[in-house]
Design a protein around this ligand. Structure first.
Ligand SMILES: NC(=O)c1ccc[n+]([C@@H]2O[C@H](COP(=O)([O-])OP(=O)(O)OC[C@H]3O[C@@H](n4cnc5c(N)ncnc54)[C@H](OP(=O)(O)O)[C@@H]3O)[C@@H](O)[C@H]2O)c1
Length: 260
């Protein structure tokens, strides 16, 4: 399928030539957003903390479609570290859309025994990194007209799971942050995705048995009997980037898990 260009029909050219920055783009949902954005004619910068992963992801994208060559590049950034974030945004310069899927491993939390001082006393990749980036981009005038930001939370904010109280609170905080930022930086639009279960490298890192367990739980918890895939949830990020009416919203993409 040809990649849309300036002369494609209006509905196809929303992202043509736009610069989409995907922090967390070296794997999982972010990688799928990067690929879908490239397929729609965007220029894409993927970023995460591990240079080898970033380089491998750029290579995988170009192997997937040689037409992406010249449109995709990678940068490293540690979303917990202020100098690293500042250097990253200085390198990126002006851009059109920020998609934030960066998140570190959650492990298997257990609220009743977890060391809360460790959880609360350090910058958080999902919350701090995203908030700092939006503040810095606004301060340095990096948002192009029509820009958007899409953050990532989880449907667990509305369907808590025992043991996961701090993670549930974190997901809720992303929704509140979304609404606050949407007022702070308007007319830049700020939205978030409340993700359901999606089979990504984050699961794979925990080993094949955990993947099977999570997959079965996702299917059982969905009226569709469906476990989400990265390219499926990527559609929601594309919608948030493209729809000029969306700001301050969280869209749940959870295979219906909130219904049962
Ligand atoms: N998968 C699910 O079922 C699910 C459900 C609900 C919510 N979520 C949330 O959705 C987000 C994306 O999840 P995913 O499944 O796509 O995970 P993933 O495949 O593990 O991707 C996470 C990305 O974040 C990057 N990252 C981690 N620490 C970073 C740091 N300090 N600075 C910059 N980048 C960093 C990782 O790359 P590096 O290792 O190179 O840094 C990677 O690119 C996460 O916040 C996750 O908690 C996922």
């Amino acid at each position: 399928m040809p990649i849309p260009n300036e002369s494609s029909s209006p509905s196809l050219r929303h992202l043509v030539g736009k610069l989409v920055v995907v922090v967390g783009g070296s794997s999982g949902m972010g990688f799928a957003v990067a690929r879908s954005s490239l397929e729609q004619g965007a220029k894409v910068i993927i970023a995460s903390s591990n240079k080898a992963k970033v380089d491998a992801a750029v290579t995988r994208l170009i192997q997937a479609n040689s037409a992406f060559k010249g449109s995709v590049s990678g940068l490293t950034v540690d979303a917990k570290d202020v100098p690293s974030l500042e250097k990253f945004w200085d390198e990126v310069g002006k851009f059109d859309h920020l998609v934030w899927t960066a998140g570190d491993s959650l492990g298997m939390p257990n609220f009743l025994t977890d060391d809360l001082t460790k959880k609360l006393n350090q910058p958080d990749v999902r919350m701090f990194g995203a908030a700092f980036s939006v503040q810095y981009a606004q301060k340095m005038d990096l948002f192009n007209p029509g820009a958007s930001v899409t953050l990532t939370g989880g449907y667990v904010a509305h369907k808590p799971r025992k043991g996961w109280t701090m993670e549930v609170a974190g997901a809720g905080a992303i929704e509140a942050l979304t609404r606050g930022l949407a007022l702070e930086v308007a007319p830049v639009r700020v939205n978030s995705i409340g993700s359901g279960s999606v089979e990504t490298e984050m699961w794979a890192a925990a080993g094949p048995q955990v993947v099977e367990y999570l997959k079965a739980a996702a299917i059982q918890g969905s009226p569709l009997q469906h476990c989400g895939q990265p390219e499926e949830i990527a559609e929601a990020y594309l919608f948030m980037m493209k729809c000029p009416m969306m700001t301050g919203s969280t869209v749940y993409v959870e295979s219906g898990a909130l219904l049962i």
